[in-house]
Design a protein around this ligand. Sequence first.
Ligand code: NAD
Ligand code: UDP
Length: 352
Amino acid sequence: MGRILITGGAGFIGSHISLALLKKGYKIIILDSLVNSSFESIKRIKSENEGIFSNYSNNFEFIRGDLRNATLVNELFKDSSLTKSKQITSVIHCAGLKSIPESIKNPIQYWENNVIGSINLFNAMKVFECRTIVFSSSATIYGINEGSLLNEESFINPCNPYGTTKLVIEKLLHDIYINNNDDWRIANLRYFNPIGAHESGIIGEDPIGNANNIFPILTKVAIGKIPKLMIFGDDWPTKDGTGVRDYIHIMDLADGHVNVLEYLQKNFPQQINLNLGTGKGTSVLELIKKFQNINKVDIPYEFTGRRKGDYGFVVADNSLARNLLNWTPKRNIGDMCKDGWEWQRRNPNGYK
Ligand code: NAD
Ligand code: UDP
């Protein structure tokens, strides 16, 4: 059956996908530079894997390496191609830098890491005849669409360098597909706002450096590491004036990857763009209230001005993914708050 390469598999999303794939019996190989993650997440995936499949320690391998190193990436594919059971048959490409403010400060770093890394990966896939890829794209590529759900045909207009790197990688994959459309199976998954953690609380989100996204800040306020949550704006044209997002449980997002991989493997070569969200909007105030009620913890907060470049309402029309993949997000916002808090409570210092 070969192996699935997960680039960035030590990170927040990649680690949850890895666990979901292992639980379904897939063999995986993770490539990660650990620039924004910790080896501890790898250790935990490995020990969870050995717990489930004591006879299958061969189904998990980790390589520490950077996608910008073309030689390393080629060697990885070459070595894997020598043994049939180790051959890389598909790729889930999660590796990338993801901070919007950092990308504005240092666009070259973002283009170099995200775009050059992807070029090296796609080149090695071409050379070693691996033609199935699921790419971690983002809802950030869409332009302003205040108040309406975003579908895959909505206006595309990323407004920061991070979003631009996601769009150019999608475009590169499109060019690769057009060049050889009877061969490649490509899915661009446009994630909305993944939050929460694996139900066990053994893996979760632990960004290196300061968190920018709301959920890791919220859990850090809950555990007392940050004094209060600053809410960016109370004057958005939304139900309570605070920003609305489509939060999706990380394990629903991970399950979506298993489904899309199986969909690509079963169907004819194609390139598809899919929104992964729940289709439901939650405001900042609703998220805080839900977190407090479910977990019985206090979240001090204060209003401040709007964040530069922010949007009021970003919610997915997820009907294409639901119809095509036979996938439905199963967990609600309460589950996201409960599981995210369980991870933070059990690991007050994250992976450290
Ligand atoms: P993350 O930072 O936790 O994980 C990314 C992983 O990629 C990290 O482990 C990092 O060490 C690794 N990495 C980065 N550059 C690398 C390189 N050149 N070579 C090898 N490894 C490298 O981020 P995440 O939240 O897990 O996001 C995963 C992917 O999903 C990213 O591409 C991100 O842009 C995309 N995405 C995330 C979100 C979100 O809200 N978390 C939303 C939309 C899209
Ligand atoms: N947000 C906030 N305070 C924070 C971080 C985020 O009020 O410290 C708000 C932000 O304005 C948006 C929502 O929370 O309405 C989600 O922001 P996040 O950065 O997590 O996701 P993104 O904006 O990239 O979708």
